[in-house]
Design a protein around this ligand. Sequence first.
Ligand code: XBP
Ligand code: MG
Length: 233
Amino acid sequence: MDNAIIFDVDGTLSETEETHRRAFNRAFREAGLDWHWDTALYTELLAVTGGKERIRYFMESRHVDAPAPDARDAFVRALHADKTRTYTAMLAGGDVELRPGIEALIEDARRQGFRLAIATTTTPANVDALLDATLGGSDAFEVICAGDSVPQKKPAPDVYGLALGELELPAEACVAIEDSRNGLLSAVAAGIPTIVTPGIYTHGQDFDEAAMVIDDLAAFDFRRIYALTRPGR
Ligand code: XBP
Ligand code: MG
């Protein structure tokens, strides 16, 4: 079958943003920084996709003590690498699970012959850590597009465009599954019909452009998702 379901990762496959937030805070402490992102601030900072971009936005928008501009890139990269090491170790510790309905959808879609892909802003290491901890590996996904593989992160369409290119499929033969407005805008800008399953950090965002908003995927009729990939639907 020449149809694919393209999954976002954070907030969609799993409610991982709370683990990301804890990993950021631990990296800040270990770097001797007095920064702390509580859930209210993190909700605000999630408007910026990409951990390195989020750290930079926090420094520059809050005018916190930061290295001189010429040292800032190296500082942010090193701090984010520490955060990624912490995050992947947290996931390897096992305290993570897929959102309700996700594993059933992955298994059913594969039985129906759908090809599966990932299009995410997080790093490849984080994707591997999540899939290893929940599915025993990434075999279910033919294509994984992640992190810095594209010049512009969500809401730009780049990562979904890359996934379509690697699948060698047109946008209308696919459906995207997202949790956030940034992700929705990215997939829709790539021309892909998009379903939103709002998560802890994205409930209440504007999902007007979504083909469907599904609050409880576990109770949903997956055939309605598959129907979105049929031309002339
Ligand atoms: C969500 C993001 C990521 C994570 C943090 O990605 O915007 O930046 O918040 O991960 P998704 P990194 O597209 O899967 O929703 O620190 O690795 O960026
Ligand atoms: Mg997401």
